[in-house]
Structure formats: C-alpha cells, structure tokens
Design a protein. Structure first.
Length: 310
C-alpha cells in the first residue's frame, strides 16, 4: 500500500505521456525544500511529476522523514505524484521501499550480463506487482558519477535494440532506461556538448513499439546556472550537458521519462551561495533555503515546459 492514497504508480502517467509524445519530469530530491520546489512547479504548470529518492538520499533522510515529507506533498498537490526509488542496487532495497509505500521502483542490474540482469529484474517485478508498484530497469550502462553509481567512460555501453525487446518480454517491466549517449554528473563531454544517438533510439523504438523509455543522465547543465555558482565561489569546470533540442527530439522519438538531478543540485547550490554572499549579516537559515527552493521551482518549470512543448 502506498504511503499516501494520492500517489500513483509510474506506469499510470508514463503511458499517458507516451501517447501525447511528451515526457514526465523525474526529479531527484534530498530534502524538504527540493520536494516543495518541484511540487510547486508541477502544480503551477498542471502536470504530474516523479519524485525520486536514491539510496544515498534514503540513508541521509531516513524512511520516516522521507515518507512524512512526501505524504505532505501529496496531500497538498493538485496533480498526481509518484514516489520512485532511483537506481536500486538490490532486491532487498527494492523490497524495503515497496514495503515502505513507494509507488515506483528502479532495479539497476545493468552492470551484470544480460541473463543475470533479467533474473535480478524479474525477481523485483514479481514482488512489486503484488502491490501495484511499477518497475523500471536499465539495459546498457551510462558513464559518470551519481551518488553511489560510478561508471567509467570506457565501460559505458549503448543499449542494443534487439536485447531491449527481449529484455522487456522476459522481465515484465513497466519502463526501460536506455543508454544512448547521456552520462551522470555535470561533465557530459570533454570540450564539446555530447550528442544523443537518436538513431539508436529510433531502432529501439522500432523494435519495442509503444513502450515507455527512460533517459538517465539527461540534465542540461545550463551555463547560466553554472555561472551563478562560480560567480559566488564554486569551482565547476568543464561542465557540459544535453541540449534542449536533443531532448525534444528524444521525446518525439519515444522517451517518456527524463531524470533530472545535476540541474537541481547546481540551481540549489548557486542560489544559496548567492544568498549567503549578498546577505552576509543574515543568520536566518530559512532565508537561504527559501532562495534554494525558488531556484528548484524555476528549474523544474523550465524543464516541464520543455518536456511538454512540441
């Protein structure tokens, strides 16, 4: 049973996005302010969002605080919300999140070979379906670092279209995260913006038909947000992200869920640094955090408009 009866499973909103050729924004959160900023944007724009917790976030917040914050957000939200585990590394953590009332789960066994990935994913699917929880899995591997997930550039592997079809058939998952050129973290290229392999995406889509596909490592790493961070004391170098035009093309070709983590972190960091620097006599922590929350809302609105525009 979900922690709040206003939460929905991921499959409920992803299928609708697929039909509309739009994408659902999936935002990683780490505290109350990041949740509030995203949900305020979702309500203002009138679209559902996915609130994602990594294993690191669960360790940081604890299930009790996390569940209370999300339940409060669901109570106040005018749009359906999804609570999703991002990059679950084991059956045990997936089961724990399902038992604690998450409405969506990702099992990430992409570092294993195909057969082992199928077995591990199917185990999670079988348990999740008992509770109406949707399951996302990953095929192919993304480079970069996100929380406890780290993959070198040399170990990144694009998703094979034929394997994608077989994987979906054998596991019974509700959505599939694919690797087509994105990477985790703020450095998604060396010296030039990376390009998505839309050709591979089209081939995957041709094989699997109408099925929700997920893009991880898809932050845009906007230069204006990075500039604010660096102007107020950060040292973010060689930052590159996925262009909005590439993301729009990906959505038109079957991407139904786009993960956003790095952009949230950069916006939050920059606004708080700016607030501290410009208000040096202020000791009211709420004012710093309020600036951070506003920045999260603005970045979420920026994303949601782009994900739904045609």
């Amino acid at each position: 049973m979900f922690i709040n009866n206003k939460l929905v499973s991921g499959s409920e909103i992803l299928r609708e996005a697929l039909l509309k050729k739009s994408a659902i924004g999936a935002f990683n959160f780490i505290n109350m302010e990041t949740v509030q900023g995203v949900v305020e944007a979702a309500n203002e724009f009138g679209v559902s969002v996915i609130l994602q917790a990594s294993e690191s976030t669960i360790k940081y917040m604890g299930f009790s605080y996390l569940k209370s914050i999300i339940s409060a957000a669901a109570d106040e939200s005018k749009v359906p919300l999804v609570l999703h585990l991002d990059h679950g590394s084991s059956f045990e953590i997936c089961k724990k999140c399902i038992d604690e009332g998450f409405s969506s789960i990702m099992i990430d066994a992409s570092s294993l070979n195909f057969d082992e990935n199928v077995i591990k994913t199917k185990e999670v699917v079988n348990y999740a379906k008992l509770f109406g929880v949707s399951v996302e899995a990953e095929l192919g591997t993304l480079a970069g670092i996100e929380d406890e997930v780290e993959v070198s550039m040399t170990n990144a592997i694009y998703t094979d279209p034929d394997e994608a079809f077989e994987f979906i058939e054998k596991t019974g998952i509700d959505s599939l995260a694919i690797a087509i050129g994105t990477s985790h973290g703020p450095n998604k290229g060396k010296g030039a913006n990376p390009k998505l392999s839309i050709d591979i995406l089209k081939r995957i889509k041709q094989k699997i038909g109408d099925f929700p596909l997920v893009l991880h490592g898809a932050s845009s790493v906007y230069s204006d947000e990075v500039e604010i961070c660096n102007r107020y004391g950060a040292n973010l170098k060689d930052t590159f992200g996925i262009t909005d035009s590439d993301l729009k093309e990906a959505i038109q070709n079957g991407i139904s869920k786009i993960n956003v983590d790095t952009d949230v972190r950069i916006a939050f960091l920059g606004s708080i640094r700016q607030s501290i620097e410009e208000n040096k006599s202020n000791i009211d922590i709420r004012k710093y955090l309020a600036a951070g929350k506003r920045s999260i809302k603005n970045i979420a609105l920026r994303k949601l408009k782009m994900y739904t525009s045609h």
